[in-house]
Design a protein around this ligand. Sequence first.
Ligand code: SAM
Length: 275
Amino acid sequence: MIDDLPPLRDVIAEHDLQAQKSLGQNFLLDLNLTSKIARQAGDLSQFDVLEIGPGPGGLTRGLLAEGARHVVVIEKDLRCIAAVRDIQNAYPERLTILEGDALRINPVDHLEAPTKVVANLPYNVGTELLIRWLTPKHWPPFWDSMTLMFQREVAERIVAPAASKAYGRLALLTQWRAEAKIVMNLPPSVFAPPPKVSSAVVHLQALKTPRFDANAKTLEKTVAKAFNQRRKMLRSSLKGIAPDLEDKLQAAGIAPTQRAEQVSLEKFCALSRLL
Ligand code: SAM
């Protein structure tokens, strides 16, 4: 037992937490597993932890039992908020509950640096949150590391190397400013209800400065345009982005006939410096 609180099945029954698909609710029931996920984030004792979507609180309890200095959760479902209040009572002063939509709440005011993000993200907003956290106005961001559960296919897109099938905008945006690796794989059977696909936990460590020099906005725009038509040659997919496009591609070491998926992060950065 990681704490004296009731088993998660009892919490779900008591608070009537039938999973709602529209909220991406697939709950983890095994507290040994949620503690293991919490441990993937490294030492938590000197960190505030932001968790999006605590649900019945399995991961929240894992984070607290593993010694997080303070945990801040954002949850949209009022039924889950009631369940998480019981955890707050068991860990006085160490848990802050924010009620509402994670896309609309800025958690930074509630967090003290240094901060880590650890979450089993709702699939419907997971990618959007990740992109926001990766593209803030100023770098380094509010988080030191993020340990995030995604559908396996999304996790693969985050860590994908150049020229692989999953390589694209998500890989480039992530790897430009963070070290990313898959640290756990989870089968559907560990969730209630079991989703159709497998999941994976990705650990991202923020780099102090981006891996290669580039203007963030220009890089984001170039990558988005290039992968919008990923099968096309760059001389056509990037048409109109700048005068003398072909010369600039060549100066960046990219053949104008190459496709976006064949171009490394380093070369995308070189190109964006010329645009
Ligand atoms: N952390 C729990 C676990 O691992 O068992 C639950 C994870 S479940 C995949 C996603 C959670 O995110 C649900 O509790 C859901 O209510 C919540 N959620 C969905 N959309 C949200 C949003 N926009 N803002 C905040 N929470 C949201």
